[in-house]
Design a protein. Structure first.
Length: 300
């Protein structure tokens, strides 16, 4: 009985000590408070975030410069469409020529003879055709009266139709001969700068060997082929304006983007941007190194 009472007293004393310790911990101001648990709920996005992201994607960094080289707006190999000996070369590399200007003359004697022959042949068949037509009309006039057999009338009709076809054939032959004569003069297809002269007087040229007598370039406007890094692919557009500087001449000119080739080169991770610059005074030439920078109003 005494043992039981002693155990009860011990348990009550232990419980009292625990309660006192808890009271002291709650009252101790030096004990640090635990941080509040974070709120894991998804917070709504600001209303203007989507617009800001759109502006960031379309804004072109003005500090980015592009480099490239000038090139002709178009270029043509001056080839002959007629075979013959070169009689005259009327240009030199570096000349500026106009559209339709004669650049090379081939020996035209054979072509002139072919034209004369075609004209004579045409005159002959025209005479024959006129006689056949008169004969047909005469026989058709008297045929119904029975004075001329029907077979003779039919033969006259056939003869007239045959000579009419021969006239058409002779006219085509004359046109072909005249074209051959015209082709002995090689003309500039457009106005531009002669880049190269590849022939001399006395040289034989023919259509089978695709003989090129020179090269012609249209340099107004002049194109500038620029390389742009891939991250600008959707930030440069046709119509954008830029300032272009040419170190060789010291000139800075205005240019406009005329074409964006939206295909990235896997080796260089860049794409081509083509700009155009006015060059009526021909002060700029193909092949110049160019540095370009878009103007403030350039990007869209």
């Amino acid at each position: 009985m005494n043992t039981t009472n002693a155990l009860k007293v011990t348990l009550l004393f232990t419980a009292a000590l625990g309660a006192a310790a808890c009271s002291r911990a709650e009252a101790d101001p030096k004990r640090p408070d635990l941080p509040p648990r974070p709120d894991k709920r998804v917070q709504p996005l600001p209303d203007n975030l989507a617009a800001a992201e759109g502006q960031a994607k379309s804004a072109l960094p003005r500090g980015v410069g592009l480099t490239g080289r000038t090139r002709a707006h178009r270029e043509s190999a001056l080839a002959t469409t007629s075979s013959g000996r070169v009689a005259q070369v009327l240009f030199e590399a570096g000349d500026f020529v106009k559209a339709g200007q004669v650049l090379v003359r081939l020996d035209a004697e054979l072509a002139k003879l072919q034209v004369a022959q075609a004209k004579a042949a045409l005159q002959t068949v025209r005479t024959q055709a006129a006689g056949a037509l008169r004969e047909r009309k005469r026989l058709e006039k008297v045929g119904p009266e029975g004075a001329v057999p029907r077979a003779d009338v039919d033969r006259a009709v056939t003869a007239q139709e045959t000579t009419a076809a021969q006239v058409a054939q002779a006219e085509a032959a004359l046109a072909l001969a005249e074209k051959g004569l015209a082709d002995t003069a090689i003309k500039a297809p457009f106005s531009g700068l002669i880049l190269a002269r590849n022939t001399d007087e006395g040289e034989w040229v023919n259509t089978m060997s695709n003989a090129v007598v020179g090269r012609l370039a249209d340099i107004d406007p002049l194109e500038i082929a620029l390389e742009a890094p891939e991250h600008l692919l959707m930030k440069i557009h046709e119509g954008d304006t830029m300032k272009v500087r040419f170190a060789a001449t010291g000139q800075t000119v205005d240019a406009k983007v005329s074409r964006v080739v939206r295909a990235v080169d896997p080796r260089t991770r860049s794409f081509e941007v083509v700009a155009e610059v006015k060059n009526a005074d021909r002060a700029l030439a193909p092949g110049l190194f160019a540095e370009a920078r878009l103007t403030e109003e350039g990007g869209k």
